[in-house]
Design a protein around this ligand. Structure first.
Ligand code: S3P
Length: 179
């Protein structure tokens, strides 16, 4: 199947998918889509409430269904939730959807970033650092097997990460650079 010109950002919570993705989408002239936002809109409640009232399995169902609903789109930049790679069905869909870029960062940096807000229900545990570490270990292989390009943003200012993704998109889609 012909791969479409979409950029998909995957990676752990706090890896910068949404903030970097929004800015990169503007630079590429792509529509910005956030699978978490589709889930929130459809469920009519924030993610923390979905987890609390409906449970993680239901959230994952909604997430898979959000991904299926954008499978036909082109010239989009899709930011995804950190756990989207857990289901093999999603990993296959992500690869079909476009060029998959994984944003990574060291565990310390991720922990520092996610500690800035409390919106992530999976880290509402007695020991969030330990939970984060265990989730990272489980998910690492899934990110690796799904992504075609991995960008480590640990020591990278956001602007540099954005430039790297724009360059990589141009390369992946064989676009000519502007003079
Ligand atoms: C999740 C990550 C979140 C959101 C939900 C579950 C996860 O998205 O989808 O809280 O399982 O890692 P971000 O990666 O944008 O924080």
């Amino acid at each position: 199947m012909q791969r479409r010109e979409n950029i998909i950002l995957i990676g752990f919570m706090g890896s910068g998918k949404s903030s970097i993705g929004k800015r990169v989408s503007k630079r590429l002239g792509f529509q910005f889509i956030d699978t978490d936002q589709i889930v929130i809109d459809r469920a009519g409640m924030p993610i923390a409430d979905i987890f609390e009232r409906l449970g993680e399995d239901k959230f994952r169902d909604l997430e898979s269904s959000a991904l299926r609903s954008i499978a036909h789109l082109n010239r989009c930049l899709v930011a995804t939730g950190g756990g989207i790679v857990v289901r093999s069905e999603n990993r296959a869909l992500l690869r079909q959807l476009g060029y998959v870029i994984c944003l990574t960062a060291s565990e310390d940096v991720i922990f520092e970033r996610v500690s800035r807000n409390s919106k992530r229900p999976l880290l509402h545990t007695p020991n969030p650092r330990q939970t984060l570490s265990a989730l990272l270990t489980t998910r690492q292989p899934f990110y690796g097997e799904t992504a075609q390009f991995i960008l480590d943003t640990t020591k990278m200012p956001q602007a540099e990460a954005e430039d790297a993704i724009v360059d990589e998109a141009r390369r992946a889609f064989s676009w000519h650079r502007a003079a």
